[in-house]
Design a protein around this ligand. Structure first.
Ligand code: DAH
Length: 347
């Protein structure tokens, strides 16, 4: 029996030493110390011993059990420490390593230019106002001195939203002139940027939706000189001090006199040609049209309850895509709408 006990002890310690994980160790504990384990089996044979042998063997059995239990406990702790060490190692964080870069978006080129234009006019004391894209025909046309039968009102060009043509998607931001004059008293100085809609096919210079920025100034003694001064200032601040503007007579129903404003082509510097070839940016004109403007028509002022004998004013409307294309030398309008990141990342 003594040899059996010694053999169990040796076997158990060897087995613990070889165990590599806690589950294996647990099954070894059952194998040696459990109710049906090897040590219990030997103890069951105590009955067959003589009364003198029994206490000696009992003591020895207890020592063996204590030795096995002690070794088991030590091995358990060793394995736990090893597992913790592994876990810490695998989850270690090197805070000095560079992080994963999150790509950040940035302003769309047209928003950049629109913000620059707003900044310029806010600096001159203008308010920025917002207006509806779904507009009444009367605001988009009639009150802007554009009577029934005028070619601009054609169903071919305008998205009407009702059968009787009284509601439409605004074709210009000019109706905001009326909305402001009907609700504010002069002096008035506003700009109003926003989307406008026309039945245009999409090509390099046309889109059925585009952006305009309207401007309106009404006060006593406003003249064409104020119009020229303000718009020249805008162009110089936007395109640089050395840019050149030209005011060309034109016709708009809601201004009199009216003009269009051109900037000298930034590509050919007004020559119309580059190395003997027609400039592709201005198509040989040497100038690029950027906006329409004029002195607010007396009939429009009167219609809004402003006395044209006391007040006068100027208005202008420019295409924001056009301004953006000139500002960044972009040659195709569609690039502005496509939102291709390879294009957008260039700004
Ligand atoms: N609304 C005109 C257009 O879409 C542009 C324009 C011309 C606006 C003259 C004005 C203006 O305010 O005075 O073509």
């Amino acid at each position: 029996m003594k040899q059996q006990l010694e053999a169990i002890e040796k076997k158990a310690l060897d087995a613990f030493a070889a165990a590599s994980d806690p589950t294996e160790l647990e099954s070894l504990r059952v194998k040696f110390l459990g109710k049906k384990g090897e040590l219990t089996a030997v103890l069951k044979m105590m009955g067959s011993l003589t009364p003198e042998e029994r206490p000696v063997m009992g003591q020895m059995a207890n020592q063996v059990r204590a030795a096995i239990e002690k070794d088991l406990e030590e091995k358990k702790q060793k394995l736990a420490a090893k597992a913790l060490d592994l876990k810490l190692r695998s989850e270690a964080l090197d805070v000095t390593m560079p992080g994963t870069e999150v790509p950040l978006g940035h302003k769309h080129p047209m928003s950049i230019v629109l913000d620059e234009m707003k900044e310029i006019f806010i600096g001159m004391g203008f308010d920025v106002v917002d207006g509806p894209e779904v507009e009444l025909e009367s605001y988009n046309f009639t009150k802007l001195n554009t009577p029934a039968g005028h070619p601009a009102r054609d169903r071919q060009d305008t998205f009407y939203t009702t059968e009787d043509d009284t509601v439409l998607l605004r074709t210009q931001t000019s109706p905001m002139q009326i909305r402001v004059m009907e609700t504010r008293k002069p002096p008035i100085r506003i700009i109003s940027p926003g989307r406008v809609y026309r039945k245009d096919e999409v090509d390099a210079t046309h889109s059925p939706m585009f952006h305009q920025m309207e401007g309106l100034v009404i006060d006593k003694g406003i003249t064409m000189a104020d119009l020229k001064g303000s718009l020249t200032q805008m162009v110089k601040l936007l395109y640089g001090e050395d840019s050149v503007v030209r005011f060309r007579p034109h016709h708009f129903p809601f201004t009199e006199p009216s003009c269009e404003v051109d900037v000298r082509c930034f590509k050919c510097r007004g020559e119309g040609q580059i190395d003997g070839h027609t400039c592709s940016t201005c198509h040989g004109e040497g100038w690029i049209e950027i906006l329409g403007a004029g002195m607010v028509h007396p009939a429009v002022l009167e219609g809004c309850g402003i006395d044209p004998k006391e007040y006068s004013g100027f208005a202008f409307g420019c295409g924001v895509e056009r301004m953006t294309m000139n500002r960044f030398a972009i040659n195709d309008l569609r690039l502005i709408f496509e939102n291709d990141v390879r294009f957008l990342n260039q700004f």
